[in-house]
Design a protein around this ligand. Structure first.
Ligand code: IMP
Length: 545
């Protein structure tokens, strides 16, 4: 049934009704794909960098369901994550709670250093202990430990089941086990735990494999399974709650052959940071981030070399950088990963005050495409406001993205919710270069331990500085609920976006960008207005359910 008449728009050499020729015509007459490639995109703004809002990706072909899209991606030369999301080392974003829960979901939380080195090391320890197959260094108490002390240990560690051995250490004879219920309603706080501990123990012998031990634990009605040697000395512990967690978090970030979560923490580049680092390494640190807003410095190069020599098993992420030249210096010094961004953070006023920085999309493209040649993965750090920004950061070549403000409003970030000016539930969020954060650091530097080991604000301020020059602001962000819902939403969003682009993995995305099959379009100011909600009298922006 013809629907076009004689004055159709078809060129003379094509039979307008032969639709099957569309692909042939496309191939023959349009050798260039629609849209522009990434290099042309970046070059088109040669005299001004691009931010994430300045461009879009054009759709490709959907030949698979979104759930088939995989998001595995490296964060360092040696370590890959199943979910390419990292939380910022900021004191309103990442402490052990965020680090644990983000790692369980396949991401990584970088523990901040605006605290004493002991506090930071303790947070790393909590991450490493959180989910274990066999807990090889369980907290052990002695029969003379008091009920009050056992309760205090529960507060400190966040769990209350402790094996009791003759002399209160590992590799000593197991005599009982204390659970929170044993001490909860015991009024005489000075009683020794030997008066309340259970001695009816289910144990397993050293050498048992994890599957078998898990099966004994599942069948027993106990919360913990102590592993003992032939003399009944305690060797390790298996925990029922870990068993449940192992079952529920298939994406959890772990090193091969390890049941422990991967831990990451930030430090500065001062001499005292070497002492801090030793404590973090003793606590089990896997990845250290050198936290500097301008990473291309003699201090950082010296620190990278020192770390690579002293701790060859520890991965070092350097930065921040926004140019190829900065990246080259740190790659040459031996970094295992780079962090890209200067001035794009939501609480950041660096570009305004220091007059240095770079629009984030241009920074990520230039650094990541260069670092790729050396196999050095890159984190796109800062300026991520939504799922689209995540995808754009990854399309520019970053292997992971780092978020501060977007995660600061979740229940896993430090601090309490409060009611904001507009009556909405909010949480505090502040730049680490805000006066607030720097003054906290300065106050802490007054105490002895802090002086020896604190260096958090070194990112933005030198101890000799008389005047604190702010590079960040302090404010609040809206409640986003738990990351156990929010992060799966971000993941699903990225999967759908990659499906629209027509790539099945982040590797395919990066390859498509380099070989030109993933295409882009610049966005004018009016295109940006068109791409947002417009013309509505009012609306609710509910992002997921
Ligand atoms: P956001 O995700 O846009 O909120 O940006 C988070 C990032 O901002 C962090 O990972 C840091 O790189 C950066 N940042 C944190 N504090 C400051 C500051 O005070 N000034 C400038 N940048 C900051």
């Amino acid at each position: 049934m013809p629907i076009l008449n004689g004055d159709s728009m078809a060129p003379a050499n094509v039979d307008a009704l032969d639709f099957s020729k569309a692909l042939e015509v496309l191939e023959k007459e349009y050798p260039e794909r629609d849209g522009i490639d990434a290099k042309t995109l970046i070059d088109s703004a040669r005299n001004g960098g691009l931010t994430y809002n300045d461009f879009l990706m054009v759709p490709g072909y959907i030949g698979f369901p979104a759930s088939d899209v995989t998001l595995e991606s490296p964060v360092t030369k040696r370590i890959a994550l199943k979910t390419p999301f990292i939380s910022s080392p900021m004191d309103t974003v990442t402490e052990h709670n965020m680090a644990i829960h983000l790692a369980l979901l396949g991401g990584l939380g970088v523990i901040h250093h605006n605290c004493s080195s002991d506090e930071q090391a303790e947070m790393v320890r909590k991450v490493k202990r959180f989910e274990n197959g066999f807990i090889l260094d369980p907290v052990v108490i002695s029969p003379t430990t008091t009920v009050a002390e056992a309760k205090a240990l529960k507060e400190k560690w966040g769990f209350g089941g402790f094996p009791v051995t003759e002399n209160g250490t590992l590799r000593s004879k197991l005599v009982g086990i204390i659970t929170p219920r044993d001490v909860q309603f015991h009024d005489n706080l000075n009683d020794p735990v030997s008066a309340v501990m259970s001695t009816d123990l289910v144990t397993a012998r050293q050498g048992i494999d994890l599957v078998e031990a898990n099966s004994i634990l599942s069948k027993s009605k106990k919360g913990k399974l102590p592993i003992v040697d032939e003399n009944f000395n305690l060797i390790a512990l298996l925990s029922r709650s870990d068993l449940m967690k192992n079952m529920h978090y298939p994406l959890a970030s772990k090193l091969p052959h390890s049941k422990q979560l991967i831990s990451a923490a930030a430090i500065g580049t001062r001499p005292e940071d070497k002492i801090r680092l030793q404590k973090l390494v003793d606590a089990g640190l896997d990845i250290v981030i050198l936290d500097s807003s301008q990473g291309n410095s003699m201090y950082q190069i010296e620190m990278i070399k020192y770390i690579k020599e002293k701790y060859p098993g520890l991965d070092v992420i350097g930065g921040n950088v926004v140019t190829r030249e900065q990246a080259a210096t740190l790659i040459a010094a031996g970094v295992d990963g780079l962090r890209i961004g200067m001035g794009s953070g939501s609480a950041c006023i660096t570009q305004e005050v220091m007059a240095v920085g770079r629009p984030q999309a241009t920074s990520v493209y230039n650094v990541a495409q260069f670092s790729k040649r050396f196999g050095v993965p890159c984190i796109a750090d800062g300026g991520i406001q939504n799922v689209g920004h995540i995808v754009k950061g990854l399309a520019m070549g970053a292997t992971t993205v780092m978020m501060g403000g977007l995660l600061a409003g979740t229940t896993e970030s430090p601090g309490q919710y409060f009611v904001g000016r507009d009556g909405q539930l909010v949480k505090a969020y502040r730049g680490m270069g805000s006066i607030d954060a720097m003054e906290d650091k300065k106050a802490a530097a007054g105490n002895k331990d802090a002086k020896a080991s604190n260096a958090g604000t070194a990112r933005y301020f030198s101890e000799g500085d008389r005047v604190l020059v702010a590079q960040g602001v302090s404010g609040s962000v809206q409640d986003r609920g738990s990351i156990t819902k929010f992060v799966p939403y971000l993941m699903a969003g990225v999967q759908h976006s990659l499906q629209d682009i027509g790539v099945k993995s982040l590797v395919d995305l990066r390859e498509g960008v380099v070989n030109g099959s993933v295409r882009f379009e610049l966005r004018t100011a009016s295109a940006q207005a068109e791409g947002g909600v417009h013309g509505l009298h009012s609306f609710d922006k509910k992002l997921y359910s």
